[in-house]
Design a binder for this molecule. Structure first.
Ligand code: 7PJ
Length: 355
């Protein structure tokens, strides 16, 4: 048997009254303290290069709860405090607002600012609890943008969004942008490099009191899809995010202000993305809320034969539901109204009630 670290992948999910009854009877445990229960799990022991898996019921898990298993079980089941003031009791949407130059418009920055502000207001009206403002494309193949350029794109938008009902998130890897965004009212720092591209982001988040989303990526946007490789993508992404959470805590960002994201499409093949999606529940072992960013990504285009990004909505909704069914709390999406509808109908159907 492989000796080493223990990971827990909760399975056998229950929703609504059966979940409450099974928890009461000691046959299930709550997933991240939320309304979903799990009745079994895969215990993974070892490391990304050498691991052993065994299937176990929650009853047996409770009986064999030793010191090692107890730690991960506590993190998997504990209730999460609100993130950026949001309770997360039901699927929470982060609407995407890109403030990157539109090649079909020659209106300059004024038009871009107005367009982004209007788009953010629309997403908030559609039900986005969070709007994520980004001035640097980090899609595969993208080049980096200079600090000044990124600041010029996002700061006017953030200033206009003061007083918005949505929580404002800044999607950046740069400390200067994160600092300016915090001063202009942003509450969340969403960093696709998990505060590694510019380590000063750690201090900015701590000093400004920003909540942070830590996302895993392998490599740089320009080249990350060239040849992504892992021994075990699920365990490696878990270990990475766990280490980044520890780095944040050390820098003075409390765990209650951290969320984690596996980074679908960021240095990942189709097989890697699918392994991460199928193992979403394992990431509750990080002890923080989970954010999923599947919306319109290339892997959906491949699976769904949908070449145009805006034709990938049905697949995007399906991926979000698959993750919500495993207890993921937040979803970064383009189509807020459609996602809201898909998740509301899924939720009402499995819980058997509108509320
Ligand atoms: C993500 C992101 C994601 C988080 C982008 C795109 C590429 N931030 N920023 N998670 N993706 N947290 O939207 O296709 O998946 S940019």
């Amino acid at each position: 048997m492989a000796e080493g670290k223990l990971y827990l992948r909760p399975l056998g999910f229950l929703y609504g009254p059966p979940a409450d009854a099974a928890i009461e009877d000691g046959l299930a445990l709550p997933l991240a303290g939320g309304p979903i229960a799990f009745t079994s799990a895969v215990v993974i022991e070892g490391s990304p290069t050498n691991s052993h898996r065994r299937f176990i019921s929650v009853e047996a898990l409770e009986e064999s709860r030793d010191a090692d298993l107890g730690g991960v079980l506590e993190r998997v089941t504990a209730k999460r405090p609100p993130f950026a003031g949001l309770a997360l009791a039901r699927p929470t949407l982060m609407g995407i607002v890109n403030v990157t130059p539109d090649s079909f418009s020659d209106g300059g920055l004024y038009d871009e600012t107005e367009g982004a502000v209007a788009h953010a207001a629309e997403l908030a009206a559609d039900g986005a609890a969070i709007v994520d403002i980004g001035g640097e494309s980090t899609r595969p193949g993208s080049d980096t943008v200079a600090d000044d350029e990124e600041l010029a794109r996002v700061v006017p938008v953030l200033k206009e969004l003061k007083g918005s009902p949505a929580v404002i998130s800044i999607d950046t890897r740069k400390s200067a942008v994160a600092r300016a965004a915090a001063k202009a009212g942003a509450r969340i720092l969403n960093d696709v490099s998990a505060l590694t591209y510019d380590p000063a982001c750690l201090d900015v988040a701590a000093e400004e009191g920003l909540d942070v989303v830590l996302m895993h990526a392998q490599g740089e946007p320009k080249t990350m899809q060239d040849n992504p490789a892992y021994d075990d993508v699920v365990l490696e992404v878990f270990d990475y995010l766990e280490a980044r959470i520890a780095a944040c805590e050390q820098a003075g960002i409390p765990r209650a202000r951290i969320a984690a994201d596996v980074g679908l499409g960021f240095g990942k093949t189709l097989a890697h993305n699918l392994a991460l999606l199928a193992n979403t529940s394992l990431f509750h072992g990080l002890g923080v809320p989970l954010l999923v960013g599947a919306s319109r990504k290339r892997f959906i285009g491949g699976l769904g034969q949908a070449k145009e990004p805006n034709s990938r909505e049905p697949g995007s909704h399906a991926a979000a539901i698959a993750c919500a069914a495993q207890g993921a709390q937040m979803f970064r999406v383009h189509d807020v109204a459609g996602s809201r509808q898909a998740l509301a109908v899924w939720r009402a159907s499995v819980f058997g009630t509108e509320n």
